[in-house]
Design a protein around this ligand. Sequence first.
Ligand SMILES: [Cu+2]
Length: 122
Amino acid sequence: MNRLAAGVFAVAVSFLLTPRADAHAMLDRATPRVGAVVHAPPTSITLEFSEGVEAALAHVTLSDSHGAAVQLGRASSATSDKRILSVPVKPALTAGTYTVTWRVVSVDSHVTQGDFKFTVRP
Ligand SMILES: [Cu+2]
């Protein structure tokens, strides 16, 4: 490889390795909504991302106000839209504030994570 080709190659590699914020799966919206106060305990948590995510690699947890884990079912993506992930909530949630923590791998293999709270107030 001559010097020019090597330079072009290095630039191309650095471009490929540079994370692009716009290509990552960020949380666009959720149900229950981020920070929401809901009156009916949710039976599932739905997360909608800016990019498609791999449901099999998604890690979603729910904890109550004491930090105790709440049992969730397996995350699955909507058949028509891989940006939407749905996770069943097993027990009926009692009143309190809950924290959803998510970690996903988008279809471009980038990992993103975050968390948010919602409150159940029957
Ligand atoms: Cu990405």
